[in-house]
Design a protein around this ligand. Sequence first.
Ligand code: AHR
Length: 611
Amino acid sequence: AITVDPGAAGPEIADTMYGVFFEDINRAADGGLYAELVQNRSFEYSTADNRSYTPLTAWTVDGSAKTLDDDGRLNARNRTYLALDGGSSVTNAGYNTGIAVEEGKAYDFSVWARAGAGATLTVALGDAGGELARARRVTARGGWAKYTARLTAARTGTDGRLTVSADRPAALDMVSLIPRDTYKGHGLREDLARRIAALRPGFVRFPGGCLVNTGSMEGYDEASGWQRTRAYQWKDTVGPVEQRATNANFWGYNQSYGLGYYEYFQFAEDVGAMPLPVVPALVTGCGQNRAVDDEALLERHIQDTLDLVEFANGPVTSEWGAKRARMGHPRPFGLTHLAVGNEENLPNEFFARFERFRAALAARYPDITVVSNSGPDDSGPTFDTAWRLNREADVDMVDEHYYNSPQWFLQNNDRYDTYDRNGPKVFLGEYASQGNTFKNALSEAAFMTGLERNADVVKLASYAPLLANEDYVQWRPDLIWFNNRASWNSANYEVQKLFMRNTGDRVVPSSATATPSVSGPITGAVGLSTWATSAAYDDVEVTGADGTRLLADDFSGDASRWTHTGGGSWSVRDGQYVQGDETAENTMVSAGDPAWHDYDLHVKATKKAGK
Ligand code: AHR
């Protein structure tokens, strides 16, 4: 029986409660939400970042050309360029099967080129069937200059190739093809942006995730010249695109930063959501646990964070407000929340640094809510330490993350019922049950009723990850899937949409008796897919009831070995415990399903010293 007390005043539910978390994982940005159709447009792919990369990745040369990184470059950040011999051409293969175009639609080509005055560059778009759009010609003026041309697709194609040829020697960089129609004209792929907008998200958390603060914390340095970085530093991502850095992405590929901080703020505004950026905290998480001890670097990062607030909110007369205005947005973006750090597994080291950021922000921008986090686990010693530190310091809001089984979500509906009503608020920045099936979505819906019931404690919540390009998957499940020509929603998306578009004003207290309880051995698998497990345990072994060895691994080595490739999806199929297998997700079922009960999992693991 369910008893509802309509007269009682439950907690208020903020319109911003349910949002989205965008991270450039699964090629969500380049080849995804960022509408650029040319892959490796600035020839910056590097073997140092990914062993399969060269500056000519995604390009083929007909005739003679070489990539150069010398004083003739376009600018200090855009290092490598292509020197094409006269009479030669270079062709780009795009993403997935190629460049997708739609009959009758216009596509804006641009290129930075250095060629003798009068040289002719020809741009052509074609596929195996011939021409996709009528070729265009531009005439060089001498010296580096930007040339543009508009191509109109004569027919629809998904395997297009873009070819640039030169009649005389020419240096090329920033070869670009972008559909004229992008979401609200702001450079984002329409179908994907529309799917996100249709959720009516209350906030957009960006840009990560693990990609925020993992790896080296150094970045572009005027004095020493270019230095590649893996930590995401917002200043690398703003200004004219040809002057932005590119970066080795934590998820194993190059990111162009064409989708940068300005575009993130713009997108949040376009979908009516509150922007919620995450800045690096100088402690690496995500399996690489290391605290950076460098006072000067810490001070620079803190200053960068203050500058970020100025970029978002400052008047056009301020240094960074003026940069925002020059990019086309004189009005402030209205930043109110900012997170420092993501999933740091060293709570004491993280918190010491977090406090420095928080103090600097409080002194200059006391109205900004500074969000801390509780590390990568949903419970346990690291989580407890992080929460204790956050509570003792009276932090405003703490970011929690967890990727667990559907059973876990069903069993933990009451998770927040016992949270301290006077302590820090919760930002559930990342969560998902491990699969994209209806059952997963249902378990998330059930769990979300618990979030909503506790809306006085849980202030913000976002499913993760948001996007996945089906041909470049690092992590599954994901909310929205796509390739170069189409996109589709998961069942989980429909649940998010249901909650986001029907957010109430206030909780109406209710109670239920005989609520179905769920129990089962599946909880044995919980946590195996988290970074924390890889970092904290050695010799993990999972066996079935009959002693069959389903999974064994020694996570003492390079944790990224499996965190990179596996993602969050673990499931059982044909008696095998498999990782990241979409077809097996149906076996991650509720405890009532007999198929699941065949697998009475037992987990044995040795905790690493000090964890
Ligand atoms: O959402 C995918 C990853 O999961 C995020 O980058 C990280 O924060 C978490 O571990």
